[in-house]
Design a protein around this ligand. Structure first.
Ligand code: ZN
Length: 410
């Protein structure tokens, strides 16, 4: 009797993800990681380009880590930074650069090193987290008390909650309004205070966005400004702005903090947004050590749910849910992001990373669950409805009443 080969079941892949899941041979990231998200126009059906893997099965973030180690002349890059600072350094004692950040390890490092090593006079600006954790609030204070001025910008809570809920329900991306705000806050304060130089920390391209972005020091202006001065064509929380106004009774004026910054004004200022990670070799753990030493930055007392780490992204109680939604949509949870980065920076081996991912990646963040539901104004039942609908069939299966990932890194 001849046996015909079983044709594998064709499983649907949501969000334009590759139907076949592959893991990088060097780190633990999979080919499902979106390489960029167009925050303003993002809708669930949008096709998302994913991280590049080369013919040897290595992701572009690992390739870039190799380039950072071997092919970039960091002495020369630092010289470029010194020259940039010399061009912009204030001669009258005023602020000469904006450093946006929350007081986490990366922005703490960025602002502190610019002031105390490179002689700049930065103004730090913070787009407030949704719900501050105690340790996050403490680290913001420690950042300020290490010798830096800060503006804490807290968006209209009623609207920010609504947008967070809509972004969760429509995009399964509760962090979207925060990400938009955080990205715009630097250029917005640049325009407001006529300070043309803005420094963010590292470029997300370090972690697998388009690798070419690593080779330029500045942020693409389309990320933060736009000739458009109206709400036309603008999406927030997965809805057109007009619908927010009509169906959700949003006052159009309240949407201003989420609108691109006036491009004309920024151009007349000659505003530029730079990544410090282009000039200084970026290593998150080294930022942590620097921040601990120079500002008294503190880690969490316990490991972060969904991961094994204690020092990254610890200031917002919603943060663990951001990573939980990436686990649901892309099969990539927080331990994967943490381990991938640490493998590339040679803090842990791939074998250790695999074990950590298998142990922690799918852990549900229960600690702040009730508070986050309350913040978004949804029931637990609604939460799970949204989550379970977002599980792509090519990633998830139900076994004995429990959802399981079909593939795990090994
Ligand atoms: Zn990799």
């Amino acid at each position: 009797m001849t046996q015909t080969a079983r044709v594998p079941e064709k499983l649907e892949a949501y969000y334009g993800l590759p139907a076949e899941v592959k893991f990088c041979k060097r780190c633990v990231i999979s080919n499902q990681r979106p390489s960029s998200v167009v925050e303003f126009k993002n809708r669930p059906s949008d096709k998302k380009p994913v991280i590049d893997f080369d013919s040897e099965g290595v992701c572009c973030a690992c390739r870039y880590a190799e380039i950072k180690d071997t092919r970039i002349d960091w002495k020369l890059r630092e010289k470029e930074l010194i020259e940039l600072c010399a061009r912009y350094r204030s001669k009258d004692g005023g602020y000469d650069c904006i450093v946006p950040g929350s007081g986490g390890k990366d922005s703490t490092f960025t602002a502190h090193v610019l002031k105390y090593k490179y002689g700049m006079n930065p103004l730090t600006v913070t787009w407030a987290p949704h719900i501050y954790t105690d340790v996050g609030w403490g680290n913001l204070q420690r950042w300020i008390h290490s010798g830096l001025d800060n503006y804490l910008y807290s968006p209209n809570g009623k609207l920010h909650r609504l947008l967070t809920r809509l972004a969760f329900e429509n995009l399964v991306h509760p962090f979207q309004p925060f990400i938009i705000g955080q990205r715009l806050i630097g250029p917005r304060f640049s325009a407001l205070y006529k300070i043309p130089l803005v420094f963010y920390g590292e470029n997300q391209a370090e972690y697998g966005n388009n690798i070419d972005e690593n080779y330029k020091p500045t942020m693409d202006a389309s990320f933060f400004y736009d000739a458009r001065k109206t709400l036309d064509g603008l999406f927030l929380g997965g809805l057109p702005a007009e619908e927010l106004v009509k169906r959700h009774s949003v006052d159009p004026r309240d949407l201003n903090p989420y609108l691109p910054v006036d491009g004309g004004l920024l151009q007349s200022l000659g505003a530029q947004v730079h990544y410090l990670g282009y000039y200084l070799k970026w290593d998150p753990q080294e930022c942590f050590y620097y921040a601990s030493e120079h500002t008294g930055f503190q880690t969490n007392t316990e490991r972060t749910e969904g991961s094994y780490s204690k020092y990254s992204s610890i200031d917002d109680k919603i943060d663990p849910f951001h990573y939980y939604t990436t686990l649901i949509k892309f099969g990539i949870g927080r331990a994967t992001y943490d381990a991938a980065q640490e493998i590339r920076n040679r803090k842990i081996t791939r074998e250790e990373g695999v074990a950590l991912v298998r142990r922690f990646d799918a852990e549900f963040p229960s600690k702040y669950f009730k508070e986050v539901l309350e913040y978004m104004g949804i029931t637990e039942q609604r939460f799970w409805e949204v989550i379970d609908k977002a599980r792509s069939p090519h990633l998830w299966k139900k076994e004995g009443g429990e959802w399981k990932l079909r593939q795990q890194v090994s």
